[in-house]
Design a protein around this ligand. Structure first.
Ligand SMILES: C[S@@+](CC[C@H](N)C(=O)[O-])C[C@H]1O[C@@H](n2cnc3c(N)ncnc32)[C@H](O)[C@@H]1O
Length: 279
């Protein structure tokens, strides 16, 4: 599932940089079912957040930036740990939820490629499934706003096993128009071992550790499972170009192995992370 947008956003080469408005398109897609994302899907990150926030040294007074903060679960948890939290996301609807949850945080609608904070402003940066393949320029921005000696952690779906959620993304990709399939592939490059490390090192940030957790998502029934997974940005191209009922049937068929005898759905997926330090 993506991420730095449902479009490829490769700013490595200015000649191929997409028009600036594309982050807004990504934000529209991710924000289109904001309540379902915030209430039914966002809990996927719990295990990785429990691993990452202590590794980043988050505690009273830490100045933390969450890049692609979505509806703000990481913001809320870090705020609860005493940090001074900022966040940015392309989806205005998701940022509105994050603001309502954590009114004291400095939360902005905008692009990870143009972070609106001064150089060396933060002690630590986190991005949970926010920075994907082809998004190396966002790490240049992370390097800029991070103080010397500061830590950054990024997470992304790994290669499994387990990787139950991949079956859902395969259905959305299969039902998406051809031009979206290519961009989703480049985003998912980050799952290949070593790619995240290369991206961080290319931005001048030294890798400290790679790790992983199993992300567990649960829904009590088929309706809520469908509402949860169809709230992700990459569902939008498929939703726009297919009959919703048929798409729902295909997604639920892909999730069938995750349904237990009570009718409850439980996906388990390899959620990888890399922690790195600005020298
Ligand atoms: C998989 S979601 C992760 C959200 C949040 N980090 C979480 O774990 O709940 C990816 C997020 O990236 C945001 N996004 C996509 N492209 C972006 C961009 N260019 N700048 C900032 N945010 C972006 C989307 O709006 C979406 O909220």
């Amino acid at each position: 599932m993506p991420h730095c947008g449902f479009m490829a956003l490769n700013h490595e080469d200015p000649a191929t940089a997409p028009p600036a408005h594309r982050w807004e398109e990504a934000g529209e897609a991710w924000g289109s079912r904001a309540a379902d994302w915030a209430c039914l899907y966002e809990h996927y990150s719990l295990d990785v957040l429990l691993a990452l926030l202590p590794r980043l040294g988050v505690g009273p007074g830490t100045s933390l930036l969450d890049v692609a903060c979505g509806s703000g679960m990481a913001v809320r948890v870090a705020d609860g740990m005493g940090a001074n939290v900022a966040g940015i996301d392309a989806a205005a609807e998701l940022v509105a939820v994050a603001c309502a949850r954590t009114p004291t945080a400095d939360l902005r609608v905008g692009s990870m490629f143009e972070l609106p904070w001064p150089d060396e402003h933060f002690d630590a940066v986190v991005s949970v499934n926010g920075i994907w393949g082809g998004c190396g320029a966002a790490l240049d921005q992370v390097h800029r706003v991070l103080r010397s000696g500061g830590l950054v952690a990024i997470s992304f779906w790994g290669q499994g096993p387990p990787l139950d959620i991949r079956e859902v993304f395969k259905v959305f990709a299969f039902h998406s128009p051809e031009n979206h399939k290519g961009s989703m592939r480049s985003l998912n490059d980050i799952a290949v071992p070593g790619i995240a490390e290369e991206m961080l090192e290319a931005s001048g940030i030294s890798v400290v550790e790679r790790g992983g957790r199993i992300s567990t998502m649960e829904w009590p029934d088929a309706d809520l499972a469908w509402r949860a997974v169809s709230s992700v940005g990459p569902a939008v191209p498929a939703l726009r170009s297919n009959d919703t009922a048929a798409l729902r049937d295909a997604v639920l068929a892909a999730l069938e192995p995750c349904r237990d005898r009570r009718g409850m759905y439980r996906t388990r997926s390899d959620h990888q992370f890399v922690v790195a330090k600005k020298p």
